[in-house]
Design a protein around this ligand. Structure first.
Ligand code: PLP
Length: 221
């Protein structure tokens, strides 16, 4: 078994254990394998091990790695988990199945226009800056309801959930719980939260998707 296959198997069994511990249904948490900075061969190895959901944080890197793989594996689903500039929206919509990082009104408008033009409709998540960190992307938690309403009412975008990256070096629990609460009160079913260091906590707090990179693919150079 390749190291990547072994890494995936270990993460899958830890997700299953976390689901069981939280008395959640088996299979209720989806694993997004974050392959950023790792070569196409790493993605191929993960595909061979049955993995189908992948995350990338850069449009350009994804364009270099995935088009051919998507042809070979029509069930491969690609998530954009990094910041999206408006001038990359056209390419992002052509390439990604889920855009997890909608965080401002202008981006909502450009996404809506391009979705209409292209006739392709990726799933959309709103990124929330759950720890209100200056340097981090995401809508302020107090503005999230307003942005969600704007997406629905003004731009005909129907977001399906929320995504966050809690502050490093803090207990992520209150942040995950707050994201779950924000999602619930807006009727949003998807909660993308938890990474290599904290995904079991995220599962306990109601994550539906965890985004795990280094624990599968190894450290990024
Ligand atoms: C890199 C990244 C991850 C994966 O992080 P690991 O700590 O390597 O698991 C998850 N989410 C986002 C938004 C990322 O940029």
């Amino acid at each position: 078994m390749s190291e990547i296959a072994a890494g995936l198997a270990a993460i899958r069994s830890r997700i299953a254990a976390a689901e069981a511990a939280a008395q959640r249904a088996s299979g209720s948490v989806a694993l997004v394998a974050v392959a950023k900075t790792h070569p196409t061969e790493a993605v191929v190895a993960a595909l061979a091990a049955g993995q189908r959901l992948f995350g990338e944080n850069r449009v350009q890197e994804a364009r270099a790695k995935y088009p051919e793989l998507k042809e070979r594996h029509p069930d491969l689903r690609l998530h954009l988990i990094g910041p999206l500039q408006t001038n990359k929206v056209r390419e992002a919509i052509a390439l990604f199945d889920v855009i997890e990082t909608l965080d401002r009104p202008k981006l909502a408008r450009v996404l809506a226009d391009e979705i209409d033009r292209a006739g392709r409709r990726p799933d959309i998540l709103i990124q929330v800056n759950i720890g209100r960190e200056q340097q981090k992307a995401g809508v302020d938690p107090d503005q999230a309801d307003t942005l969600i309403a704007l997406c629905r009412d003004e731009y005909r975008l129907e977001p399906c959930g929320l995504m966050c990256i809690p502050p490093a070096g803090e207990d992520p629990t209150p942040h995950f719980l707050r994201l779950a609460e924000l999602a619930a009160r807006n009727g949003l079913p998807v909660r993308s939260m938890g990474m290599s260091e904290d995904f079991p906590v995220a599962v306990a707090c109601g994550a539906t998707h965890v985004r795990v990179g280094s624990a599968i693919f190894g450290y990024r150079g």
